[in-house]
Design a protein around this ligand. Structure first.
Ligand code: LMR
Length: 396
């Protein structure tokens, strides 16, 4: 019956992370998956999450189904976090927001909706992008293409080529953009570059689809929403998929959201209804627990402060590790430019390692990075950074 089923070659991120778990070496170092570990290499339970969850456990109640679009208090909290409580788009009721199964669930629900209402559109993602972007949109039936993004020579952004490619797209093309902390390169657009790109998106009748999975790991919680707020102010209809996996260290709870900014309230109502239908046809409704942790933290000023301070501390630790790795490499490999470790933002750096070099790093040194050369710098700590510098210097 199933002889025609192809063997699954595995996922470039999740399967590598599983291989890491199985690796018996005690000195192995995991810089593959986008997960923040603390300086002792542990997955943190954030203090605000612990407090919120403890309060929830003291009032255990019945567990009905949630609405298809999730909890209203959660969706409102997401809207305030992404768009600002005083956003014009929010006040005029033209943003449809729902709770989803992480950022991936948001991308998929939005992709299904888009395929239904824009069946002839194609999707354009940055070259490179998060591996799963292509998989999700192709899984929804789209043809997925790339626009130029990363400048390997400089370890920066090839903005002119990106803009030219986007200018040439047919109307209603879906353009996937990273709001901050680009995955996998850590290279973002500046505010001035967003200001140049946004009119191109609007005048071209394009459909921007923003992904924000690393809010707070770039310039700050509010600062990282710059692109989202600028697009909303520019009257461009667009999609935003957001995730709290990293910023709340709630990976396994699958807490995310999808927001669609529409031209007016009536259209937002129709879009909301059809997104609801897309949810019903995929998984009926999202789970309760993780969303209520996040809602409680975001809506309780003391918990919000605790959370934002801790997130800022995580960010500072990543910066310090970027600096230590940079200095360690400059010392070991003189004459080579490693400044990209300092300029790239968020959890990732694009090392320029080839797939073969990544294999040697993993097999001979026990250091796991993706075969694309992406390194999760949030897995570095004071106990392993010198070993990573040593191993990198050996394979470069
Ligand atoms: C990553 O990029 O490593 C994370 O977003 C985890 C994932 O699901 O791929």
């Amino acid at each position: 019956m199933f002889q025609h089923v192809d063997a699954y070659p595995g996922d470039p991120i999740l399967t590598l992370n599983e291989d890491f778990q199985k690796d018996p070496r005690t000195n192995k170092i995991n810089l593959s998956i986008g997960i923040y570990f603390d300086d002792l290499g542990r997955l943190p339970v954030m203090a605000a999450v612990r407090e919120a969850e403890s309060a929830m456990l003291s009032s255990i109640g019945p567990k009905p189904y949630q609405p298809m679009t999730g909890a209203i208090n959660y969706c409102e909290a997401v809207q305030h976090l992404l768009f600002g409580a005083d956003s014009e788009a929010l006040r005029s009721g033209r943003i449809a927001t729902l709770q989803t199964l992480g950022g991936s669930g948001a991308l998929k629900v939005g992709a299904d909706f888009l395929k239904r209402y824009f069946p002839d559109s194609q999707v354009w993602v940055s070259d490179p992008t998060w591996d799963n972007h292509r998989a999700i949109f192709e899984g929804a039936g789209f043809v997925v293409n790339t626009y130029p993004y990363y400048d390997a020579e400089r370890g920066g952004l090839n903005f002119a080529a990106m803009l030219d490619a986007i200018k040439a797209l047919p109307r209603h093309s879906v353009v996937l953009l990273h709001a901050c902390c680009h995955n996998p390169t850590g290279v973002d657009l500046s505010a001035a570059q967003w200001a140049e790109l946004i009119p191109v998106l609007r005048e071209g009748g394009l459909l921007p689809y923003l992904d924000i999975a690393y809010q707070g790991f770039g310039d700050g919680i509010v600062e990282d929403t710059h692109a989202i707020r600028a697009l909303a102010d520019a009257d461009v209809p667009f999609f935003v998929a957001n995730s709290f996996s990293k910023s709340f260290s709630l990976y396994g709870e699958r807490v995310g959201g999808l927001s669609v900014v529409c031209p007016d309230k009536d259209q937002a109502g129709r879009v909301f209804g059809q997104l609801m239908f897309a949810v019903r046809r995929n998984y009926s409704s999202p789970p309760t627990h993780g969303g209520q942790i996040v809602a409680r933290v975001l809506r309780t000023p003391a918990l919000y402060k605790l959370w934002s301070d801790e997130l800022a501390g995580m960010c500072e630790r990543i910066q310090a590790m970027r600096r230590r790795l940079h200095d360690g490499l400059v010392q070991r490999v003189p004459g080579r430019d490693f400044s990209y470790f300092l300029t790239q933002r968020g959890m990732f750096s694009y090392t320029g390692l080839s797939a073969e070099q990544a294999d040697v790093l993993r097999e001979q040194h026990g250091v796991y990075v993706l075969r694309s050369g992406r390194m999760c710098v949030a897995g570095l700590n004071n106990g392993n950074v010198d070993r990573v510098a040593e191993a990198l210097a050996a394979v470069l």
